[in-house]
Write a protein that binds this ligand. Structure first.
Ligand code: PMP
Length: 364
């Protein structure tokens, strides 16, 4: 791949994560590194017990509650260890050794969650799209009503598929929303737990949001190490140990920005409009094709390839030179992946679609 990237052209960051953040958030986050709230200290050097940071934590959790419409019996936590730690922490806290949890295997991240859950209880894999290179979301399977929970991965970052409706079940859904949290409103009562690494739709890498309904906890007989017990972090307002102050601060700025944009309904509308621009181009352009089932297409990670693979690197070069960066598909998948998270402006998507059109005029 060529490295032609002009320094002075506007960049559109299509990277899957760590990913684009709103320009105003980056500006404010940068200013706070020099001077946080005019106190003459950097956000990087203040105590996590200072009023300044306690206010940040409280504002971040209350904005998350407000945006998602969380009822009183849900807690919001900012933890560390990435979404990957939630693969085991969720089962450790929620699934007793004799109990069964149901999982749907929609990609590598689901498979990793399944592997970890098996350490703690019985795992019933209801369905998998692995045989089709995870290019669709399985449907039509039966969900046992006596399982402890149903684990889903709402958006499959690598493959570009996303749930557009939630399976019908009375058991609580535990959901990895790492790559689409805050991208759309949710029927929150269906969820017993939601977790998401911050670094796609919420902030920089370094913190993981966990949303948990209180009645999910305290129901396993094993002893849970203090740091891995959700109750520890609930009791201490996510500050049992030193929390990642700066990532949480940037998440708070993003959540403020989301509210200013009109909240999750407005975000969903914009995300649908952005995705339509790029998918319409893929579908009408003779050089490109989408890689996933149309009804399961992700509004966050748009995966596509060229019909003639020998043109792939030429298009990548043109896109990169035009400022569209981070477009390479996941290393095991190849092709292109345009990640168009909340912070991607509509003009970024339009620039990419126009480049595809122009490329087809030249090479079609
Ligand atoms: N789940 C999904 C859906 C992801 O996309 C990712 C990261 N790309 C992970 C889990 C793992 O997250 P982390 O790197 O925060 O552990």
């Amino acid at each position: 791949m060529s490295t032609i990237t002009a320094k002075n052209i506007k960049k559109y960051n299509f990277s899957a994560g760590p990913a684009i953040l709103a320009a105003s958030v980056i500006k404010e986050a940068a200013a706070a590194v020099s001077d946080f709230n005019g106190i003459g200290l950097s956000i990087l050097e203040i105590s996590h017990r200072s009023k300044g940071f306690v206010d940040v934590m409280n504002e971040a959790t209350s904005l998350a509650r407000e945006l998602l419409g969380l009822p009183e019996d849900y807690e919001v936590l900012f933890l560390t260890g990435g979404a990957s730690s939630q693969f085991f922490m969720s089962a450790l806290n929620l699934l007793d050794s004799e109990e069964t949890a149901c999982y749907v295997d929609t990609g590598s991240w689901s498979a990793k969650a399944i592997k970890e859950a098996k350490l703690y209880g019985n795992v019933n894999i209801l369905s998998s799209s692995k045989e089709a290179a995870y290019n669709y979301i399985p449907k039509g399977y039966e969900i046992p009503g006596d399982a402890k929970y149903l684990h889903l991965t709402s958006n499959n970052t690598i493959y570009g598929t996303q749930y557009h409706s939630w399976p019908e079940t009375t058991i609580p859904i535990v959901c990895d929303m790492s790559s689409d949290i805050f991208s759309r409103p949710l029927p929150i009562n269906r969820f017993g737990m939601i977790y998401a690494g911050a670094q796609k739709n919420m902030g920089p890498a370094g913190t993981t949001m966990v949303i948990i309904r209180k009645d999910m906890l305290g129901r396993v007989s094993r002893t849970i190490p203090t740091m891995l017990n959700y109750q520890t972090h609930i009791d201490k307002n996510s500050a049992f140990n030193t929390p990642p102050v700066y990532p949480i601060y940037v998440c708070m700025l993003t959540l403020r920005w989301l509210k200013e944009q009109g909240g999750l309904e407005a975000m969903e509308k914009q995300n649908k409009a952005k995705a339509a621009i790029i998918y319409n181009e893929i579908d009408s352009n003779p050089l490109f094709k989408g890689t996933t089932a149309i009804e399961d297409r992700s509004l966050m990670n748009v995966t596509f390839v060229m019909n003639d693979d020998s043109l792939t690197s030429a298009f990548m070069d043109i896109a990169t030179a035009a400022g569209c960066v981070g477009l390479a598909g996941y290393r095991s998948v190849g092709g292109f992946r345009a990640s168009i998270y909340n912070a991607m402006p509509v003009e970024g998507v339009q620039v990419l679609a126009d480049l595809m059109k122009e490329f087809a005029h030249k090479h079609g």
